[in-house]
Design a protein around this ligand. Structure first.
Ligand SMILES: C[S@@+](CC[C@H](N)C(=O)[O-])C[C@H]1O[C@@H](n2cnc3c(N)ncnc32)[C@H](O)[C@@H]1O
Length: 475
């Protein structure tokens, strides 16, 4: 990996992302502007004073070269953006183009076992999901997480809008996944763990599952036939037992009826005073807690008086990042936040022994990450601050070796003036210039005739086309 742990870049994230090695990062969390049509500034006097970012988008915010790059690399993505433009207008189109070029780079830097979480809100979440489906693949979609970000919001003509959306995708079928549990709340315990014996409180779980079976699990046991109620026996497998439960060593290999006998001998079967079908005692002391689901209501937004608050606009709670980081990465993994703001992700990653890289266009981010790491993690002086574009360390073949393939792909036509040239008169051009982080990968190369190449210079492809039109070379 060509970027060191604990690096913060103060820069636009696009050239930085282009400079990060391919498949180098385990987890990406991004909390970009949401297209909220607002501008944000930190309050004067807060640690974050001076930090500001705009979240209004017009076509002038979009580099014309990005259109071509998206249309060329991902036609489906381009169509999705076009559809959004038709239904929502040019502002949304500009926002989505800004996002799409960056998502393509994030896909490249993410490992095949990696995951990405995109934080947004209902303004653009439906369009962003189409972008994510195109870039990361529909089959790699994992969750649409709803986070209740505020307890109330007064909206005059509709239900109060109180949630954000976080879209999560893996970058392949084998993404890291660590289930997360939270403590049961007292009401839940009172409602479900109603029974008690000498081992403590327990709730009664099912010993049967839906559907009849012709095998052992469909046969009667102690006079109870699960088939009578359209079910079959489903004995619990390996799990955390209460410490004084001793089941036979070969429990897993026993027949269904033998397992039921073993469970009963260990006092784990609940016989209802009325009714015939027994249940299974699930003790509170062996419960890992409540498995976290995709609606988050137990992580509160930062209140005005929260100790965590540094005054950065749109600052997210550390607990939210901790949940994501614990679920989708392991110790020592690399976490990247390309819109890191006041570096909440970096602090959460540091707390959980993950490596991290943050990028933010606002130079305030680096000051804040230093302050926060000192105050919240007790870490001093280890943050690396960079403003340069990193150089990829991966070995690429010399870009000149692509010339024959490109000549075939372009069928001998110059990608500027669209004129046929002999092979020897063609020159290789970097579509995104090297000076802007463009790489030697084949997908960033094209053939231009000598005249078009010098017309393009260090400019973008869109600038070349517009110059050729002005000169009357192209219509
Ligand atoms: C919603 S805030 C992120 C807040 C962050 N999650 C936190 O908890 O502090 C979005 C951030 O994106 C940054 N940003 C906007 N455009 C950017 C770009 N092109 N490159 C890097 N950062 C950008 C803004 O400066 C802002 O800090």
């Amino acid at each position: 990996m060509n970027v060191q742990n604990r690096t913060i870049f103060s820069s636009d994230n696009l050239p930085i992302l282009r400079g990060i090695d391919t498949q180098a990062v385990d987890l990406i969390y991004l909390d970009p502007p949401f297209n909220s049509n607002r501008n944000y500034a930190a309050p004067i006097g807060s640690n974050a004073a001076g930090a500001a970012f705009k979240d209004t988008w017009t076509l002038s915010d979009v580099d014309n070269a990005w259109h071509g790059e998206i249309a060329d690399r991902e036609p489906a993505l381009y169509q999705a953006i076009h559809a959004a433009e038709l239904t929502h207008g040019k502002g949304m189109k500009s926002y989505l183009i800004m996002m799409a070029v960056r998502l393509l780079e994030m896909k490249r830097v993410l490992k095949k076992t990696g995951s990405i979480y995109l934080h947004c809100d209902p303004t653009a979440s439906h369009y962003l999901k189409m972008l994510m489906d195109s870039v990361f693949g529909r089959k790699n979609f994992r969750n649409e997480i709803v986070w209740q970000r505020t307890s109330a919001h007064n909206d005059s003509n509709r239900f109060g809008r109180v949630h954000d959306i976080i879209l999560s995708y893996s970058n392949g079928q084998k993404g890291v996944w660590n289930p997360i549990y939270t403590e049961h709340n007292p009401e839940y315990i009172a409602k479900f763990y109603r029974h008690k014996d000498e081992r403590g409180s327990y709730r009664v779980g099912d010993l049967t599952a839906a559907g009849v079976s012709q095998g052992d699990s469909g046969k009667a046991w102690r006079g109870v036939d699960p088939t009578d109620v359209g079910r079959h026996w489903a004995t619990p497998g390996k799990q955390a037992w209460h410490e004084d439960v001793h089941l036979p060593e070969n429990y897993e290999n026993l027949s269904v009826q033998e397992r039921l006998e073993a469970l009963d001998a260990a006092g784990l079967i609940y016989w209802p005073p009325r009714g015939r079908v027994p249940g299974f005692k699930r003790y509170l002391s062996t419960s890992k807690g409540r498995r976290v689901h995709d609606v988050i209501t137990d992580i509160n937004p930062l209140s005005g008086r929260s100790k965590e608050r540094v005054g950065y606009p749109t600052q997210k709670p550390i607990a939210l990042l901790e949940r994501i980081i614990k679920a989708s990465s392991n110790r020592g993994d690399i976490v990247l936040d390309p819109f890191c703001g006041c570096a909440t992700t970096c602090v959460a990653a540091e707390r959980h022994q993950r490596h991290w890289i943050g990028i933010d266009i606002s130079p305030k981010a680096v000051d804040l990450v230093r302050i926060r790491l000192e105050n919240e993690v007790g870490m001093f002086g280890k943050v690396i601050h960079r403003t340069d574009i990193p150089k990829r360390s991966e070995k690429l073949p010399n870009y000149r070796t692509h010339k024959h393939t490109l000549y075939g792909k372009q069928e001998g036509l110059c990608n500027g003036c669209q004129t046929q040239f002999p092979f020897r008169n063609m020159t290789i051009d970097h579509i995104v210039p090297q000076s802007q982080g463009g790489t030697d990968h084949e997908d960033n190369l094209q053939l231009l005739c000598g005249a078009c190449n010098s017309t393009k210079g260090q400019g973008t492809q869109a600038q070349l086309i517009s110059r050729l039109k002005t000169q009357g070379v192209l219509r």
